[in-house]
Design a binder for this molecule. Structure first.
Ligand code: HDE
Length: 707
């Protein structure tokens, strides 16, 4: 066994343990370890006198506090992290020599940071935005970072335009508004002037930009990389993550409300899921293209504004990542973690994708300032498990105590160590690609088809998804004050789909394009639609149970238990915290009260039977709860008298069974009802099916709900 593999036996968690400090220490001390006797008053000249400079405890405490903030990331400032591990399903030896992709029995530690892109560090989670999905694999051959997003394409083809993109989408220069939103003039001005952005705009205006959970979104490496095997044979690859819970989204109205009610919604969801043992799981996939086929596609495979359609290049699912531990300290781990697409290990190599090439420079560069100098790799979360050994020395905050007098290579004084490794010894040898060309600022012609894949995406959407995209355009462009900017975007979209351009124009007060755009294709790639995602589980879904005095206890216990057994998290909601009494004098504990929660943070709602319905149907809160859940297309279940609340809440267009009837439950558009004499088991089964579907978009056709 070579030296690197031995090191891997020490897990990342063990490495981090060396830095963990629990609050078990008895006495308060200064940073010099001197015990402090008093920390409520500063040292003064007399009881009412001035504070003395010699108060070293006061000065140290304030000085540290004064320097507690570091610059936030220029993009992806707001994020949430988790630890876990990765396992490959089968040896990938044929394609890559990367050690962590060889042995299915091996668990490689990982740290993942999910993020929004545009908002500042304290902004809300549920804004319309791309989500970052960055993974650090602590492999035995060094750190490998896959710094991806939850959308497979990007706004621009060349990193040189990144500052322009980010300047346009961030709050405007003069008044620093709006926060965490693309819905303003400068962004859409940029869009209208940059046709290459069109495909990504379709993604950003789709439901993908509103994930229900970080645990329920895809991840993509976006850029083109290479796998290289031990013989030096290379293939182009794209990387994918897919969540085992499926890809699910919130609805726009809901995201805006959550941004106020619980701005930490996605962060809280990730944290709580891990605490409860609902460990997020993602499968890892690769698409591979042989070098010989590099030019055999309609698009350039180095163009990050293009996907490799699955129909042309299938995805092979090769492993799984499980996130099973929350960080102990947000700042030290999640804030200080530093990812970089240039952090690759032998067996994974780069490509000439011009977006990737620019990224290789930017991450390290920005981290040098953000993390205070060139030694940030020594921060515990960034340390490699394979020991780092080189001749880099000194600089701010150097931690490693290098021994010996030499810090150069070659040397005789230090026996010529550390020395470069051959490929056989695990040295990273860059793939030897033949390059010939003129030094020019240009791109290859194939990059210039900006509309076919935007159209492919549009064609692949379901009717409901299409409607959401149109509405998103109405909102985003509706917020743009300059009508010329709005018009230009409509003209741009006319190149994708003439009807779409007309539908957008209708909602934003600009004339439709003079000539309806020629359609850029009828092809579909069905898996681009979220309609095809996993819809057979209710694991980790939050179900609200509305209960007031007089609820039907046995029924609630039966339904609650069945939901729990299927992995969901039912919660009792009542007017006040404490206990609530049932019709037969039993009691149940209230989890959340009317003032501490709201329908928008639940996935489904169930209204049990019992006399409590008389109270519920006269409570604005309960009526609004159900009404809003209906508007947001969430599964709703009601039994017996509970059905009265559905009626009181103004839900129309759905047939309910009679409150007092018997027989099987009835499910229509995700509204499941069962009479008081009915079969509760059939209710549970149908309610579970409705929850697993996540949302019931056919209700959106019924715009009559006022919530
Ligand atoms: Fe990033 N990006 N980016 N990016 N990116 C950063 O690095 C940059 C791009 C992504 O949780 C920054 O440490 C350039 C694509 C994620 O810490 C910065 C370009 C993708 C994160 C930077 C891109 C990403 C970043 C800011 C070329 C998806 C958060 C702070 C157009 C594949 C990582 C930092 C974390 C962060 C530059 C484009 C993903 C400024 C120049 C494409 C997930 O270096």
């Amino acid at each position: 066994m070579d030296e690197r593999r031995k090191v891997d036996e020490k897990s990342k968690q063990e490495q981090l343990d060396e830095f963990r400090q629990d609050p078990e220490r008895e006495y308060l001390t200064t940073n010099q370890g001197v015990r402090v006797s008093h920390t409520d008053d500063s040292l003064k000249a007399g009881e009412r006198g001035p504070t003395l400079l010699e108060d070293f405890h006061f000065r140290e405490k304030l000085t540290h506090f004064d320097h507690e903030r570091i610059p936030e990331r220029v993009v992806h400032a707001r994020g949430s992290g988790a630890h876990g591990y990765f396992q490959v399903y089968e040896p990938m030896t044929e394609y890559t020599r990367a050690a962590f992709l060889q042995d299915p029995g091996k668990k490689t530690p990982v740290f993942v940071r999910f993020s929004t892109v545009v908002g500042f560090r304290g902004s809300a989670d549920t804004v319309r935005d791309v989500r970052g999905f960055a993974t650090k694999f602590y492999t035995e051959e060094g750190n490998y970072d896959l710094v991806g997003n939850n959308m497979p394409v990007f706004f621009i083809v060349d990193a040189i335009k990144f500052p322009d993109l980010v300047h346009s989408i961030k709050p405007e220069q003069h008044h620093q508004m709006p926060q965490a939103s693309a819905a303003h003039d400068t962004f859409w001005d940029f869009v209208g002037n940059l046709p290459e952005i069109t495909h990504m705009i379709m993604w950003v205006l789709s439901d993908r930009a509103l994930p229900r959970s970080y645990r329920m979104m895809d991840g993509f490496g976006v850029n083109t990389f290479r796998f290289v095997n031990a013989e030096g044979k290379a293939r182009f690859v794209k990387f994918h993550w897919r969540p085992l819970l499926g890809v699910h989204s919130l609805v726009w109205d809901e995201t805006q409300k959550i941004a106020g009610k619980d701005p930490d919604f996605n962060r809280r969801d990730l944290w709580e899921a891990i605490e409860m043992g609902d460990y997020p799981e993602f499968e890892f996939g690769v698409q591979m293209i042989e070098e010989a086929d590099e030019h055999n596609f309609d698009f350039d495979i180095l163009d990050a504004t293009k996907i490799w359609p699955e129909e042309e290049v299938p995805i092979r699912w090769i492993g799984k990542m499980t996130l099973n531990k929350n960080p102990d300290n947000f700042f030290v781990e999640t804030e200080q973690v530093a990812f970089c697409p240039a952090n690759v290990v032998p067996g994974i190599d780069l490509s000439n994708d011009p977006l990737l090439q620019g990224r290789l420079f930017s991450y390290l560069d920005t981290q040098l300032i953000r993390l205070g100098g060139p030694n940030f790799q020594e921060i515990p979360i960034n340390r490699t498990l394979a020991p780092a050994a080189n001749n880099q020395r000194e600089g701010y905050n150097r931690m490693t105590i290098n021994r010996g007098e030499s810090s150069y290579f070659p040397n005789a004084l230090g026996e010529n160590k550390p020395r470069p490794a051959t490929a056989k010894e695990g040295g990273f040898v860059h793939y030897q690609e033949k390059i010939e060309g003129k030094k020019i600022r240009a791109r290859s012609e194939k990059f210039n088809d900006h509309f076919s894949q935007a159209k492919l995406f549009w064609n692949s959407m379901s009717d409901a998804e299409k409607e959401h995209i149109v509405k998103a355009f109405h909102f985003e462009l509706g917020k743009v004050s300059d009508s010329e900017v709005r018009k230009k975007v409509v003209d741009l979209i006319n190149n994708v789909d003439g009807d779409l351009a007309i539908r957008i124009a209708e909602g934003i007060g600009v004339p439709p394009p003079a000539e309806k755009g020629a359609s850029s294709g009828t092809k579909k790639s069905p898996n681009l639609s979220q309609e095809r995602t996993v819809m057979d589980t209710i694991k980790s879904r939050k179900v609200a149970i509305l209960a007031m005095e007089g609820y039907n206890h046995d029924e609630v216990m039966q339904v609650k238990q069945a939901l729990k057994d299927a992995g969901a998290h039912p919660q009792i909601i009542s007017q006040f915290h404490g206990m609530v009494r049932s019709a037969d004098g039993k009691e149940i504990e209230v989890d959340k009260s009317y003032v501490t929660t709201t329908s928008v943070v639940y996935d489904a709602v169930y209204i049990p039977g019992g006399m409590h319905a008389e109270t519920l149907k006269n409570q604005g809160y309960a009526i609004h709860f159900v009404n809003e859940a209906f508007k947001h297309c969430k599964p709703i279940g009601a039994i017996g008298e509970g059905i009265e609340l559905l009626k009181a809440s103004g839900i129309k267009g759905v047939a309910f069974v009679d409150a007092g009837s018997g027989g099987e439950a009835v499910s229509e558009m995700g509204v499941v009802t069962c009479g008081s004499q009915g079969d509760v088991n059939s209710f549970v089964e149908q309610f579970k099916t409705a929850i697993a579907r996540h949302r019931h978009w056919d209700r959106e056709k019924k715009e009559q709900v006022p919530a």
